[in-house]
Structure formats: C-alpha cells, structure tokens
Design a protein around this ligand. Sequence first.
Ligand code: E4P
Length: 224
Amino acid sequence: MELLIDDANVAEIQRIYEFYPIDGVTTNPSILAKSGRPPFEVLKEIRSILGTEPQLHVQAVAGDAEGMIEDAHCIVKELPGNTFVKIPAVPEGFKAIKQLTKEGIRTTATAIYTPLQGFLAAKSGASYAAPYINRIDNMGYDGIAVARTIHDIFQQNGLPTKLLAASFKNSQQVLELCRYGVGASTVAPAVIDGMVNNAAIDSAIRVFEADFRELTGQDSMSKL
Ligand code: E4P
C-alpha cells in the first residue's frame, strides 16, 4: 500500500517526509484554504520538498467538465512531475476524466462515497479512486467496507485503477486497509504519527538505552 500525506502544511509535510516512508502528497481545496496562502505558491513548495518523483494530487475546482479540463491543464503545467489531477466522481467529472485520459493526463477520482462511483470513475480511466473512509463512517455506513468493495470491483473487473483511500481519523482505519492490500492511503500527519505513538514502544527503547549505558558508559556503538 502506498502511503501519502493528506495535508498542505509545508512544515508538517517536510517533517513527515523526512521521517516516514512517504509516496506523495494529496491536497483538496479545503486543505489549501487552511494554509491561507496562494494555492500554487504552496503547491510548488510542496513539489520542491518532494522532488519530481513522488506523487502530488491536486484538485480541479471548476463545476463542469470543460472547466475541470482547463483546471487540469493548468495544474500539470504549473506543477510538472508525477502529478495527478483530482476530479470529483460525478457525471461532469466522468466526462472530464475520459477526455483527460485521452490526453494522457492522469486523474484521481475524488469525493467517492459509494462503490458504483468508484466503478464509473475506473471505467472512465481514472488512475486512482478516493473513497472518504471517515466521512462514510459518519453517515452511519461502513467506510472500510465501501473501500474494500471498490478494491474488489477493480480486481474482479480487471480495472487497473488503484484505490486511494482518504479521510482517515485513526490508525485502525489505516491498518484495516493496509491488511487488505489496497493501492494507497492518504493520511493526515497527526494520524501518521499515531501509527507509532505507543508508550510500550518508547518504554522498550528507553530500557535498551539504559542497559547499554550501564554496560559501557556510552550512548552509541560508535563511541566504543
Ligand atoms: C482526499 O482526497 C480528501 O479530500 C480528504 O482526505 C478528505 O478528508 P477529511 O474527511 O478529513 O476532510
């Protein structure tokens, strides 16, 4: 499972990218709004942190297919590299995804709440399809089950689209999809930190350090 950062806070992206095995960054208009900065200024900074190879997913904001296609052209021109254009999985979006696929522009279908949205996005040619795990849970449905069903639909129908699960609120949700072997998950920095935030882990490491210091008087093998 690929692991991406779902955020536009440049300092947080830099920190998470330095310490964790990260495949890219996803943003949406609400995430960009939180930064309070001009969108392309932030996105270019994120691209410069990542370099050209890791993925950067940026959302088109226009409401109709023609506008989404224009947004996509602008996004890939301004942000060269391994960039994906996020397009909502609605009829105007499917039309845009079909056209962009013909042009060789890679897309991530977003705002997915149901398996059939995922199916139609994949048939339209999307590279990734992003179901919103926690938002689905909050509607009283099972976000993990929806994501698994979409993953199964892709497998059973020989569709090359990958699942890009989004909207996580805890590490258990990430674990469930990792165990299922979905294509990718995009996760906010605090939830990524939560994946290894465990007092037992910290305590085990402190004991190893203390034992080594008692044995050698040193805190590093390189000082022996
Ligand atoms: C990613 O594609 C989504 O836009 C994002 O993960 C939604 O997350 P939220 O439900 O925490 O806003």
